[in-house]
Design a binder for this molecule. Structure first.
Ligand code: SF4
Ligand code: MG
Length: 324
């Protein structure tokens, strides 16, 4: 039924000389059409690696990625071409991904030109670029300017217009507003939500900022040290976080409304190195609720009665007739 009914994979190796770190250990995600799935966690938890692996900037070492039922993880670059049309990425720093010597109209049309089999005339390009730019709030006169002539928020609008040019089904957004002022953040998030409704987009939204996640997500997946530790609907996650790490994240978040914050477990200690993962539960070195079993057995991500899933020995009773 869903366009992204299965979008799952495991693995995704990150080269960090001199050792190869398995940055993402086991992740399973599915995103429904029109859904915003937020992937949250502290920096270095592997969320960007997940995003880049799904976008096939990194290849997964094992597992599968299915889009619209099609397995895409083993496709080569040529076979990936039609997939790239369905799936576009926007980045934290759009400036870094905008060619400084290209006019905005050429930048926004680039993915479309790469996808299209026919040559586009310059009047086609102009017309399409102006349409795309108008949709993100920029005018025709601005189409002839260069990236440095725009503010951070405008550059992110340009990045969004470029992603939209091929009419993707899924946009993977890696911290798309974290470099922007708070007032500009809201404008960009609202634009992204309008575009979701207009184009029927799904988003995989990578963020460390829980107030942004609360604003935008339908569902949330929490990652810690390359493991997915909890998934839940947005409302459930903020009202009743179940994994001790999620509880700690929420109580530590400075920007989340007071009403949403729970006086929960304080997070203490350093994040362990991904090169040297703790035995058992990856969170046990910082978990205030850790007990003997946590050091010897890695908790599996298990479906929960109230919906979603949790990887913690305190939540290891699987309901018998789990509704799928
Ligand atoms: Fe804490 Fe143990 Fe649960 Fe891990 S499994 S989160 S250490 S209680
Ligand atoms: Mg990142």
């Amino acid at each position: 039924d869903g366009i992204f009914d299965r979008l799952r994979f495991t693995g995704g190796k990150l080269l960090a000389p001199p050792k190869v770190v398995n940055a993402v250990n086991s992740v399973s995600l599915s995103i429904a059409p029109g859904e915003v799935l937020a992937l949250v966690g502290e920096s270095g938890c592997g969320k960007s690696t997940v995003a880049k692996t799904i976008a096939r900037i990194h290849a997964p070492t094992s597992g599968e990625i299915r889009i619209d039922g099609k397995e895409v993880s083993c496709l080569n670059q040529k076979e990936l071409r039609p997939v790239r049309r369905e799936l576009q990425m926007i980045f934290q720093d759009p400036y870094a991904s905008l060619n400084p010597r290209q006019r905005i109209k050429d930048i926004v049309i680039e993915p479309l030109r790469a996808q299209s089999d026919r040559r586009m005339s310059s009047s086609d390009i102009d017309a399409e670029a102006i349409k795309l730019l108008a949709r993100v709030g920029l005018n025709a006169e601005q189409a002839n300017r260069y990236p440095h002539q725009f503010s951070g928020g405008q550059r992110q609008r340009i990045g969004i217009a470029r992603a939209l040019s091929v009419r993707p089904k899924l946009i993977i957004a890696d911290e798309p507003v974290s470099a922007l002022d708070v007032s500009i953040q809201a404008q960009i998030l609202n634009l992204m939500m309008d575009l979701r409704d207009e184009f029927g987009l799904s988003y995989l939204f990578v963020s460390h900022d829980l107030s942004v996640v609360h604003h935008i997500a339908d569902r949330v997946a929490v990652m810690y040290l390359g493991f997915m530790v909890e998934t839940a609907s947005r409302d459930q996650l903020f009202a009743t976080p179940r994994h001790p790490y999620t509880q700690a994240l929420l109580s530590a978040a400075p920007n989340v409304d007071k009403a949403l914050r729970k006086p929960q477990a304080e997070i203490t200690g350093e994040v362990p190195s991904a090169l040297n993962l703790p035995s058992g539960c990856c969170f046990r070195t910082r978990c205030p609720l850790a007990f003997a079993r946590c050091a010897v057995e890695r908790p599996a991500l298990l479906p929960q009665r109230g919906g979603g899933s949790v990887a913690c020995h305190l939540h290891d009773t699987v309901p018998e007739a789990f509704p799928t």
